[in-house]
Write a protein that binds this ligand. Structure first.
Ligand SMILES: Cc1cc2nc3c(=O)[nH]c(=O)nc-3n(C[C@H](O)[C@H](O)[C@H](O)COP(=O)(O)OP(=O)(O)OC[C@H]3O[C@@H](n4cnc5c(N)ncnc54)[C@H](O)[C@@H]3O)c2cc1C
Length: 341
């Protein structure tokens, strides 16, 4: 017998799991299918650093960031054990001071521990209060996926194709089954195909890279944000390592392993930054994390009602963890305000 759902979410990264979770909470009577061709959160989300940055490009970024933080930190969500507040040390040059002041959220000067490996920078800006929020994105995705009984999770099953039917959509699964859904949400990250994109949502794939650094970490270690270099060093207590996120310049790479690897060019970027700010760490560079993400002009994910009964979400733009709760809310508004969006 064909399984019938009100909503099918294709792709269970941080975007898809957020949509499925919020939709199930808002309408527990709706039956929802959450489908991933891999394990939940095993796409770009499983590789993320990942922080909610204290720096916002625009007012819209700032507003959505605040919404997301409140959402993740709400005790009712049950994710507190997967989050950590970090003091934040922002390092920047004189030339950047003005732009940084316009883009930085919630800066409250405090004294925080300056790591011994950090070379004296020209300026130090310290922030605390609600500074940076770190989250274990993979575990958060798993939690969101399985938190509601009305969500049926399908792992390691790809949706090969989905087509309009009389009253919704027919989804052809890789194991030969067919699912039926009234509405479909496509949240395939960097796997979003050219046909699934539209003039309102065009993604450019870009590699996102973070190196792991073998240097001591303790409870007082702050996040070190190197503003001018678009890089940050994040202390990971449970791994006793730092993660150094850099801005890779490689566009166009598919998320498949052989197309998305840390390259010599990435290493040069990392070493140049460390040479300037923390030369003693160059020898402590280990492996890292690397995945392709969809980028959009707005530099925050977009939710597009591309045809009746279909929403497409894309454009994590290296900040998908930060914006996913706001995306989930936007998607639910569209799904439930007009069930034939
Ligand atoms: C090293 C690194 C550091 C990062 N740091 C940060 C950070 O500090 N802060 C931040 O906010 N963000 C960060 N990001 C970016 C963030 O991880 C991404 O923006 C986010 O994970 C994108 O989520 P997504 O759900 O769109 O994509 P994904 O997590 O890739 O999910 C898409 C899912 O779709 C599934 N799928 C694809 N095709 C099909 C199909 N046909 N059928 C079924 N399922 C399918 C895939 O298996 C995958 O699980 C970082 C990323 C990396 C790699």
């Amino acid at each position: 017998m064909m399984q019938a759902y009100d909503i099918a979410v294709i792709g269970a990264g941080v975007m898809g799991t957020n949509v499925a979770y919020q939709a199930a909470r808002e309408h527990p009577d709706k039956r929802i299918a959450l489908i991933d061709r891999d394990k939940i959160g095993a796409g770009c989300s499983g590789y993320a650093g990942a922080i909610i940055s204290p720096i916002s490009l625009t007012a819209a970024h700032q507003q959505q960031t605040a919404l997301s933080r409140d959402w993740y930190e709400d005790p009712a969500l049950g994710c507190q054990h997967l989050l950590r507040q970090l003091d934040t040390l922002i390092v920047y040059s004189d030339a950047s001071q003005e732009t940084l002041n316009q883009k930085t959220d919630l800066l409250t000067p405090v004294q925080c521990e300056v790591p011994g490996w950090l070379s004296p920078p020209s300026h130090l800006q310290l922030s605390q209060s609600r500074a940076t929020l770190w989250g274990n994105v993979f575990e958060i995705c798993q939690h969101l996926a399985y938190a509601n009984d009305s969500v049926d999770v399908y792992e390691c099953l790809a949706v090969r194709d989905f087509k309009r039917s009389n009253d919704g959509w027919q989804l052809s699964m890789s194991d030969g089954r067919t699912l039926h859904a009234g509405q479909v949400v496509v949240a395939k990250g960097a796997w979003l195909s050219a046909e699934e994109q539209s003039c309102d949502l065009i993604i450019n794939r870009k590699k996102v890279v973070a190196y792991e650094i073998d240097a001591p970490v303790d409870e007082t270690s702050p996040l070190v944000y190197l503003y001018d270099q678009g890089a940050f060093l994040l202390p990971l207590l449970h791994k006793q390592r730092w993660i150094m996120s850099i801005t890779s310049q490689q566009w166009g790479c598919m998320p498949e392993r052989n197309e998305c690897e840390i390259s010599q060019e990435d290493r040069q970027i990392a070493e140049t930054i460390l040479q300037q700010h923390a030369p003693s760490l160059i020898g402590a560079l280990r492996g890292g994390r690397c995945h392709s993400d969809g980028y959009v002009r707005e530099r925050r994910p977009q939710v597009v009602a591309s045809q009746p009964g279909q929403l497409v979400i894309g454009g994590g733009s290296g900040s998908g963890f930060r914006f996913a709760p706001a995306v989930g809310r936007q998607a639910c508004e569209l799904l439930f305000s007009n069930p034939t969006v």
